[in-house]
Design a binder for this molecule. Structure first.
Ligand SMILES: [Zn+2]
Ligand SMILES: [Zn+2]
Ligand SMILES: [Zn+2]
Length: 483
């Protein structure tokens, strides 16, 4: 047995062992043999010392390791077994590794235990967050189907104050969280809808000034029923514009939805409503749709003498964006300049032409684009068969997991919402002066000639071939100036 005192190693030897050495030594006579025996004894003693030291070291380590084990067992008993199992071995070793100088101080033991507790707590918090985020995504997927795609995506949903609060509530179990989120989904959707429209309000000069509450719900106002995206160059209607994202935007948790709403478009809508004789602050979208008021574009009237392009309000707002105008000075946002009212008789005269156009649009709907994916926030509308392929291939894990057939999935994960371009080309219908012949039309205005073939144009006695005869000097003067 070896001990240390004041830096000296003291070795304990038994008496019998000492006697044995003395006896061995007395048997040897020649110096060489004695020398050999002494060397051998020294070697044995040194070896034993080393062995004793190693044993002592091992004893200390064994004690340390059992205490580490008991700390770990304490954590397991406290319910941290799963976290301890899933933390990488190396990370646990880093914390529990014995120090070079054994034994540890009581402070070192406390530090080790608290470090271990901290690492398992962190792991549990991370796991819970992942599980909560997964639950939230599942709720959004479910709601996208319920609300036909018109629902906030993950990033916007997670941004709702109520959702943030629920996600942070650690007392709530995962099933409770799921049920609560599903229960709150309609209100969350309402808030999201309201916020998106508040951004559009910010573009409206009168909405900024006039804080009085409108007599109609916001979404029913004609003024707020459509927007124009400057980046994608398309007109979008409510509620589809809520989910619009410009082509470059992704739907990751970190990205925010982006849309570039055009302010000039809002001014065009404003002027069109005024030109139809209505008040943009109170006029509802269905009032506008059922209104008999029709407009014509003074610029087009001058470009095509003898032809009147008659526009419904929806045609009129799309017109500046879809029909090329020669005059660069044409300003569709100026009151009383570009937009002119069509006479009541002519408004009646265009009804059959508009019905023809509506029927043709309707016939084209099912085969045309206008179908959207419920899951993706892609605006670009596709044909029914293309969206079917998209759903089948892009979302197969989803519909397979839901136990749907391929055809059921296509029906559930797609919705029809025609783009404004499909609802209105901005081209309107044409009234042609009976002063002109079909030959004149074919020669001068191929677009109008085609419309005649499709039942979108008709001759009328009420128009004269010269714009001057419309008895509107202001219009003529203005157009001559700008043209
Ligand atoms: Zn866009
Ligand atoms: Zn025009
Ligand atoms: Zn999709």
């Amino acid at each position: 047995m070896a001990r240390h005192r004041d830096g000296v190693t003291i070795i304990t030897v038994s008496v019998s062992e000492l006697n044995e050495v003395i006896e061995e030594l007395s048997l040897r006579t020649d110096p060489e043999s004695i020398q050999e025996f002494i060397s051998e004894r020294i070697r044995l003693v040194l070896e034993r010392t080393k062995f004793a030291l190693a044993c002592e070291q091992w004893g200390k380590r064994y004690k340390d390791e059992s205490r580490v084990r008991s700390v770990m067992q304490k954590l397991v008993k406290a319910g941290w077994a799963d976290e301890l199992d899933s933390i990488p071995r190396a990370a646990v070793m880093d914390i529990t590794r014995p120090p070079t100088k054994l034994p540890r101080s009581s402070k070192a033991w406390v530090t080790m235990e608290s470090n271990l507790t901290a690492i398992v707590s962190k792991k549990r918090a991370e796991d819970q967050l992942t599980a909560r985020e997964r639950t939230m995504r599942a709720v959004v997927d479910q709601c996208l189907t319920t609300f036909s795609g018109l629902f906030p995506r993950y990033a916007e949903f997670a941004d709702d104050e109520e959702v943030k609060r629920l996600l942070a509530d650690e007392k709530m179990t995962i099933p409770e969280l799921h049920a609560t989120l599903v229960g709150h989904a309609p209100q969350i959707r309402e808030r999201w809808d309201k916020e998106a429209r508040a951004k559009i309000d910010a573009l409206l000069p009168w909405a900024r000034q006039d804080t009085s509450v409108s007599e109609h719900a916001d979404s029913e106002l004609a003024m707020k029923s459509m927007v124009f995206c400057s980046l994608c160059h398309c007109i979008l209607q409510y509620p589809e514009f809520l989910v619009h994202r410009c082509t470059a935007a992704s739907d990751d948790l970190v990205s925010q939805p982006s849309a570039c709403w055009n302010k000039t478009f809002m001014e065009v809508v404003y002027q069109v409503i005024i030109a139809c004789g209505k008040d943009p602050k109170t006029t509802r979208v269905d009032d506008m749709d059922s209104s008999d008021a029709r407009l014509f574009c003074a610029c087009c009237a001058l470009q095509m003498p003898g032809v009147l392009t008659v526009l419904s309000w929806r045609d009129a707002v799309a017109h500046p964006y879809t029909v090329p105008h020669k005059s660069k000075l044409t300003d569709f946002t100026m009151q009383g300049i570009t937009w002119r009212r069509v006479s009541p008789e002519d408004c009646v005269a265009v009804k059959p032409l508009e019905d023809n156009m509506a029927q043709k649009n309707k016939d084209q709907r099912e085969v045309g684009a206008g179908w959207h994916c419920v899951i993706c926030a892609r605006w670009k509308p596709l044909s029914l068969s293309s969206i079917g392929n998209h759903v089948r291939f892009q979302h197969s894990p989803l519909w397979r997991a839901a136990g749907l057939t391929n055809l059921e999935a296509q029906r559930i994960y797609s919705y029809f919402a025609p783009s404004m371009e499909e609802v209105s080309t901005g081209g309107g219908v044409f009234l042609v002066s009976s002063d002109l012949t079909e030959g004149d039309i074919a020669a001068q205005f191929p677009k109008v000639n085609q419309a005649l073939q499709y039942g979108r144009a008709a001759f009328t006695q009420s128009l004269k071939a010269s714009p001057g005869s419309w008895n509107d000097e202001f219009l003529v003067n203005n157009m001559l100036r700008s043209g």
